[in-house]
Design a protein around this ligand. Structure first.
Ligand SMILES: O=C(O)COP(=O)(O)O
Ligand SMILES: [Mg+2]
Length: 239
């Protein structure tokens, strides 16, 4: 049940998350990460495990994956030793991951059911739309274009667009500025605690989808103004 008004008059704009909200990118992440791990001489990682690590940007993802794999393989024992090994591998992991992700971006990713319809409905109702993701901006633009979403977004910002990332509220404040909308009249739609915490701190109403990643926790365990099973539920009632 949604606790905030869905009438279109309630909002001037919406800021929508990408991974886990618009597009199921777990396949892309898993393929690029496994190719990176192969380059480093390390074993692959289970997609279910990757799903718990998505949401705080690529740097966090790579460090989490390397730490997990090193722990699993017993290549490093004590925690400080693992952290040091992660940092030593990171300089090689980063360019490898970037190269592999760019090569397959969108190929193992699917729009969630109702995502396109929801975006089209909000756009059609006259809301200004931005996509704000912790994914690198170049990857986000390519993915939005590949999935037919790019034409609906007036603004797109990534994890490398501002000095901080979600859950910091700075990216949301900057995105509201770019859209020319007041935070209280800008709906945030996301899948994780990163989106909800950032929205609350920025003064934006926030709705979470129940099907995304959220670090392996149910979305409903995160304080938000509403929860939806599909973006198609965002159809404005008075449209
Ligand atoms: O790149 C990530 O970690 C996830 O990005 P998101 O902000 O679109 O969920
Ligand atoms: Mg997300």
């Amino acid at each position: 049940m949604i606790a905030i008004p869905l009438e279109r008059a309630a909002w001037d704009a919406a800021i929508i998350d990408l991974d886990g909200t618009l597009v199921d990118t777990l396949g892309d992440f898993s393929v690029a990460l496994d190719r990176m791990l192969h380059d480093l001489g390390l074993p692959p990682i289970a997609p279910a495990c990757v799903a718990t690590m998505i949401g705080k940007g690529s740097e966090h993802l790579l460090r989490s994956v390397l730490k997990h794999v090193l722990t699993q393989t017993g290549q490093a024992q004590a925690a400080p030793e693992i952290d040091a090994t992660v940092e030593a591998l990171y300089a090689r992991a980063w360019p490898s991951y970037q190269r592999h992700y760019a090569a397959i971006n969108g190929q193992h990713a699917q729009l969630y059911p109702g995502a396109l319809q929801g975006v089209q409905a909000l756009h059609g109702a006259g809301l200004r739309l931005a996509c704000l993701t912790n994914k690198p901006l170049a990857f986000a633009r390519t993915l939005l274009a590949a999935k037919g979403l790019a034409p609906y977004f007036a603004q797109v910002f990534g994890g490398d667009s501002f000095a901080a990332r979600k859950p910091d509220p700075l990216p949301l404040r900057k995105t509201c500025e770019a859209l020319g909308s007041a935070p209280a009249r800008t709906l945030v739609v996301g899948d994780s605690s990163n989106d909800a915490q950032a929205a609350r701190a920025a003064g934006c109403p926030v709705v979470l989808v129940t099907y995304g990643y959220n670090h392996g926790q149910p979305a409903r365990s995160v304080p938000a103004d509403g929860y939806i099973d599909s973006l198609a539920e965002l159809l404005p009632r008075s449209a």
